[in-house]
Design a protein around this ligand. Sequence first.
Ligand SMILES: Nc1ncnc2c1ncn2[C@@H]1O[C@H](COP(=O)(O)OP(=O)(O)OP(=O)(O)O)[C@@H](O)[C@H]1O
Ligand SMILES: [Mg+2]
Length: 358
Amino acid sequence: MALTPKDVLAALAPFKTARGIKPLKAGYIQDIAVEPHADGLHINIHVDDAWQGVAVEDSDRETLSSFVKRRFSDVGEVRVIPRSKEQANAARKIAKPGPTSPRVPAGVKMIAVISGKGGVGKSTISINLAHAIADLGWRTAVLDCDIYGFSVPDLLELTEPVKMNGRQFVPPRVHNLEVMSMKFFVDHNAPVMWRGPMLGKAIRQMMEDTLWNAPEYMVLDLPPGTGDIAMDVHNYFPNAAAILVTTPDANAARVAERAGQMARSLDRRLLGVVENMSYMNCPECEHRWFPLGRGGAESVAESLDIPVLAKVPWVVIGEAGSAGLVPDGHTAQEIYRFLARTIEQMDLMPTEQLTAQG
Ligand SMILES: Nc1ncnc2c1ncn2[C@@H]1O[C@H](COP(=O)(O)OP(=O)(O)OP(=O)(O)O)[C@@H](O)[C@H]1O
Ligand SMILES: [Mg+2]
């Protein structure tokens, strides 16, 4: 299982300094962050800068750091960082995602599609999964959370513009899906330059100012990576369960593992891993190729202790009915149906009742 800040906190209980101070019991531990890095997980522990009225000593920081390292052998680095209570409060105010989290319609089961590496097929999986869920009879929406690299409307060959109803957006419908994307609000392929607060505002507006038709499932196509932007978008939807997309190669799998660990450190439920571009079927014989190698999904599944939910084959250009949806009768269609049924049975928590706007 991936390490969470709670695990680290629990492990700190018995720690004692040479002077007999127990920083956890004394309330000196401010917060703990677990971050995936190339050399393994890094743990940052923020502590009060004074313990029993005396500036925290380097030797105490070192013994605390080695104590945690001994306890979690696969951790790359443990840093113990002293900070005043004022600094801690200021940092909490900035970091707190709560007030910026958009309100989500009631009764929606949210599925975030995430990966570490770009281009592994998150958007393709998002729309095909959403389409298969809609085919099972559920009202389904897709929210393109990739503000900078939106692609959902193009993959669905959606040309209809957003209509307005008063001050609200009416989401276009295509293939039985309601869709909302930044693409509807920017000029032809003009780069979107929004950062930080504006990014949150854009996502919040797309979620809150849209007249959704009471969706029962909403698939969130997330931006790639484990950097600040991906982290921010994760924070907006803490209750969405996630599926992790990888390709079969070890490189993509390693990055997917890091993204999975990041999601875990945010306490997100990981439903499982979907391997895309797993194999290619010969159109004329029974032969199956593995152009990107094999084993990516299994390696991610094993390291995060999650199931492999599906392996999606290559869909050769020209076979596809539209840019992104697999054509009727293609073997990949059956795989997406199976994935949708698996997720349907996974007992996802619907969002809570929407509270009146304050
Ligand atoms: N199973 C597949 N067979 C063939 N081509 C695929 C398959 N899955 C995705 N692709 C193609 O690979 C490219 C990347 O896919 P997609 O845009 O879905 O990835 P992504 O992870 O969302 O990328 P980004 O990180 O840029 O958002 C697209 O051109 C898509 O059509
Ligand atoms: Mg994408």
